[in-house]
Design a protein. Structure first.
Length: 138
């Protein structure tokens, strides 16, 4: 599969802004709002563009991805199963052992404070991770 040279040279933040603008409807507004909350919670977050056009926010590892579909904006937390979610924001991918996701439908709102708390927890979890010794090294 051939990669687009143009997107490889452009900053991820620019590509994410372009995606938000291209959506042009409630999905773009929602993705933009969630991006803003992530940056408010973690001003030094790294924005990446992976997997043929998926916005990714990282800090010592992936925090979450932001995908848009016809009827939902999905924020998937890479290690969501390990995060405390007292506000019960996670409403998708609940059966897995690692990831958890928040599906946001048109007209739905996500609690800003609870969402930022999840972002900060994800960062803390990523930062606390120590490299695991290889199985061969004993």
């Amino acid at each position: 599969m051939k990669k687009s040279g143009a997107s490889q040279r452009r900053p991820a933040s620019e590509l994410i802004s372009e995606r938000i603008s291209e959506l042009g409807d409630w999905r773009g507004k929602t993705l933009g709002r969630m991006r803003k909350l992530i940056k408010e919670a973690a001003p030094d977050v790294i924005e990446e563009w992976k997997w043929m056009g998926t916005p990714v926010w990282s800090h010592d590892g992936i925090i979450c991805t932001g995908e848009s579909y016809k009827s939902v904006v999905k924020l998937t937390f890479a290690k969501g199963a390990s995060l405390k979610d007292p506000a019960r924001l996670f409403n998708s991918s609940l059966d897995g052992n690692v990831r958890r996701a928040i599906d946001i439908r048109e007209g739905e709102e996500v609690d800003d404070t609870a969402f930022k708390a999840l972002v900060l927890q994800a960062i803390a979890l990523n930062s606390s991770g120590k490299p695991k010794p290889s199985k061969k090294a004993k």
